[in-house]
Ligand binder design. Sequence first.
Ligand code: AMP
Ligand code: MN
Ligand code: MN
Ligand code: MN
Length: 304
Amino acid sequence: MAGRAARVFGAVRAESAILEPGLPCPFAMIRYDLHCHSTYSDGLLPPAEVVRLAAAGGVDVLALTDHDETAGLPEARAAAQDAGIALVNGAELSVTWEGETIHVVALRIDPSNATLSAGLAQVRSGRDARARRIADSLAAAGIPDAFEGAAVYVTSKALISRTHFARFLAETGHARDARDAFKRFLTPGKPGYVAHAWASLPDALSWIRTAGGSAVIAHPGRYKITAADMRRLLAEFRDGGGAAIEVLSSSHTPAQNEEFTTLARVFGLKGSCGSDYHGPGESWMAFGDLPPLPAGTTPVWSDW
Ligand code: AMP
Ligand code: MN
Ligand code: MN
Ligand code: MN
């Protein structure tokens, strides 16, 4: 793992240094990964497996952030205790902002908070009807029975996502793999994409605040919005109580990592980092491969 991380990021890793056994490591650094998924949303592995893999990859502090769902956290917490790593209670909230889908990672939430639970349940409840509309749209494009096909890959009742459609489309030969399925079918402008109203940004921020958590704009480099709109989004997010930007994400280019590091500073937001791990073969990055947060960024965990 150390070898791969060093290859990918050129990072100097504590493990690769030649040190006297038993002495404190001068380069020791706590490694945070604050964004990943399990079978409670669209990940491929159950929470305990996700945690074990993260620990094996050298992650010290992991947030499980299933889409609109916190039900995997107890299993993840037990596994984290066994593996000797810290688990952060998280979720990734689906938000609609000016017609765009934006993801907001919630960290250190109280999952038993009634306001948050009700909000997440409301967001999840829209997914079935949306999936039916996705299936109708695919049927119109000549691909029948996609709802039933996607349902085969669903691992948590009431949480059907585009990812499950992507797996169905890949498995049935309509796409090379899940990523290709998104490109051909499941993104705006393509057959199989339908608009959907998720939570509003003020609602999501208020649920997270009420549950004692910090809100993070997830993978900002993924949003197809203008630079001016991004600035408005960040200003609204900050003014609504948002805490941080995910400046390092597996779906960012190095240039985007830099761009959002700068924007975090400009907007007075902290920085977060996450692999957005979904499972073997479906992720851009393995656990442990995130580089350190760039200098000049206040980590979202600075006051934890
Ligand atoms: P949903 O919440 O149902 O709209 O599904 C969103 C999920 O689809 C994201 O969390 C990703 O896991 C996945 N996804 C979105 N866009 C892509 C893409 N271009 N390639 C692969 N996976 C994607
Ligand atoms: Mn996902
Ligand atoms: Mn996301
Ligand atoms: Mn995610």
